[in-house]
Write a protein that binds this ligand. Sequence first.
Ligand code: UDP
Length: 469
Amino acid sequence: HVQAGSLSCFQPELTAADWESLQAHAEQARDRMGGRTFWNVNSTARGGGVAEMLPRLLAYARGAGVDTRWMVVEGTPDFFRITKRLHHALHGSRGDGSPLGSAERACYDEVLRDNAEELLVLVRPGDVVLLHDPQTAGLAPALAAVGARVAWRCHIGRDSPNAEVERAWAFLAPGLAAARLAVFSRAAYVPPLLADRSVVIPPSIDIFAVKNQPMAPEVARAILGHTGLVGPVPELPAPVFTRMDGVPARVSRGADIVRLGSAPAPDVPLVVQVSRWDSLKDPVGVLRGFALLLRESPGLRAELVLAGPSVTSVADDPEGAATFESVIAEWREQPRLLRQRVHLACLPMVDPEENAAIVNALQRQAAVVVQKSLQEGFGLTVTEAMWKARPVVASAVGGLQDQVRHEVDGLLVRDPSDLPEFAAAVRRLLDDPLLSARLGAQAHEHVRTRFTAARHLSDFASLLRELDV
Ligand code: UDP
């Protein structure tokens, strides 16, 4: 269900020219679509960047007068194991190393045939369907056959393709043959197969969402104290956040947070990575990098928080639990003094807005936000932190290179496996509050001009033109 969101909230954030341009794009989109529907199909309602971005973006599209709907495919465990394998392959990694042969194709096609049947009851000729990521690519032929205008959006990729990437494209090619257009987050991800019909649209965050709404430092501290993520803060104001419908709500689910290790003291500088439990986010590497930092500077006052969604909550990510286990194993290996300064937390996803408020508080309380991904299509977590003017350390891979300009609005680590370089970058920011403040302020501006939903909505309107709608 997509609830309409008014575009008017963007007006104070945009220049007069940009506000006019947004309105003009909205009008064009309305005219082009006429009475037709703009469908979006992805593979999970919760967890991960696509599920984060879609509902807000689609709400604004509906608010702009376009009949916009959101569908989530259903799949079997085998289906999601195969699509996770494809996810790794598009990042150039082997994942669990399982084959992508005829048995996998049969399973993939069968699940999507069932999903297509349900979609075809609703989708009408002339409707526009935007399919997201490998999990939905195979729906394109059935939808195109009934006269829908189908585009496929790929949120992942790798700058320099390797054999795994080629394998993924070979698997996806038959489905994609029916897509009129493909959308990528950066030009380097476009494969030869789709070179003649691809456009580049970077992702965005909704600066008005619960995750990014303004939050006073004392409220952030209160939320973290109340949930037990950070040691108790005496005499807290009520930990409330504002829901998307404007209603204030209390953070209530501290008890559901699974946390390892004692809670950090309230005033200690936090190094924070918030990510799904995915090996490509390299949570084990973050832990080792932080251990190195503390070995080199034992007197440093800093603690590490690795936070992610509860491991079974992300429908299309079957590897979450195993990855979390590997982080726990690494944590147990560390000396006690280090374990006391590293905190692993699984955040409940039952109430997505409450989860968003907790993430908001954590990102705002961070002294440094890190994203030590080995590969990253585009890391929303980094843009979220930058909007909050936090200094970031991110790997110089994939979309992170577009999000962060090195030394301008954050620090990039050239080699994502280089622990000393990572540790040195974190140390530099912890040691230099002036540098952190300067990078954070520039980061906020960079997000405002490049990565908000307003820019993204205008790109959607242009996409309709490219699709000849
Ligand atoms: N996220 C969240 N709760 C968590 C962990 C992550 O809400 O416990 C969100 C995070 O704030 C971001 C999204 O999930 O909005 C992850 O998007 P990103 O592009 O960073 O990575 P992806 O999961 O898509 O690979």
